[in-house]
Design a protein around this ligand. Structure first.
Ligand code: KIV
Length: 277
């Protein structure tokens, strides 16, 4: 596998992983402590997704997330995972206005957010332009097709995309164009498994699925969904822990012990030097 000099992964490593038939694992993270936990695993990529608008900030969708939000969270994730390959999401309207604005915003996610690469949504002609503009300033681009959350109003909700023959064809053609435009990776979200398989087999860049079936080159899940740290349970999520329950139980135990006086004990108590440590 291709490794950067400091032994870290780079964008070419993931294309090599695809060639070697090695599946790629990606998870989102949004702050220092989450990233520190993730860094103790051997996950391949951390995504600072604009999903943070929903799971961290409590918005109804991802559209209100700003450049400052992503920079702030990406920089915190980098502090928690100094060696990780980090992809930072470009927020809504940060890559839609002009090439200059797009390049400036992408560069800020790398310089201030300390990310290795950026992700943006869509495969229309203007999104392909944005990909080319960002690749042109040496920043690796991960694209994102299918149920792209920033298009929620056009879709009329979070609906699986690519189910009709026309949509299937359109997404397939956009995936090919995204590879041509220079993206190093493509996230496929909320599409039928067959479309995920056809795209993955016909591209040389790796595909990362979320609700895109079993045949993509890797998978991504949102931290909160994977760990049972949210109340959402979409069909494509498998929960590997039940953090919400564990946390609620722990806080209830703490509260009960505060109330009945069994916390703190001597063990959690300081004394003067002359007495006990
Ligand atoms: O924002 C995000 O977390 C994402 C993933 C769901 C792919 O885009």
């Amino acid at each position: 596998m291709t490794k950067a000099p400091n032994n870290a992964l780079n964008s070419a490593s993931f294309i090599a992983m695809k060639q070697e038939g090695r599946k790629i694992s990606m998870i989102t993270a949004y702050d220092f402590s989450m990233a520190s936990c993730v860094a103790q695993s051997d996950v391949d990529i951390i995504l600072v997704g604009d999903s943070l608008g929903m799971v961290v900030l409590g918005y109804d969708n991802t559209l209100q997330v700003t450049m400052d939000d992503i920079i702030y969270h990406s920089a915190a994730v980098r502090r928690g995972a100094p060696k990780a390959f980090i992809i930072a999401d470009m927020p809504y309207l940060s890559y839609h206005l002009s090439d200059t604005n797009t390049k400036q915003n992408a560069a800020e996610l790398i310089i201030k957010g300390n990310a290795n690469a950026i992700k943006l949504e869509g495969g229309s002609a203007s999104r392909l332009n944005a990909i080319r503009a960002i690749v042109d300033i040496e920043i690796p681009v991960c694209a994102h097709l299918g149920l792209t959350p920033q298009s929620v109003h056009r879709f009329g909700g979070y609906k699986v995309q690519g189910r009709s023959p026309e949509e299937h064809e359109e997404i397939f053609i956009q995936a090919k164009a995204i590879e041509q435009a220079g993206a190093f990776m493509l996230v496929l979200e909320g599409i039928p498994e067959l479309l995920g398989k056809e795209i993955s087999e016909s591209l040389s860049i790796p595909t990362i699925g979320i609700g895109a079936g079993r045949y993509t080159d890797g998978q991504v899940l949102v931290y909160h969904d994977l760990l049972g740290y949210s109340n959402m349970q979409p069909k494509f999520v498998k929960q590997y822990a039940a953090l919400n329950t564990t946390i609620a139980q722990a806080i209830s135990s703490y509260t009960a012990e505060v109330r009945n006086g069994s916390f703190p004990t001597e063990k959690q108590t300081y004394y003067p030097i002359s007495n006990k440590e």
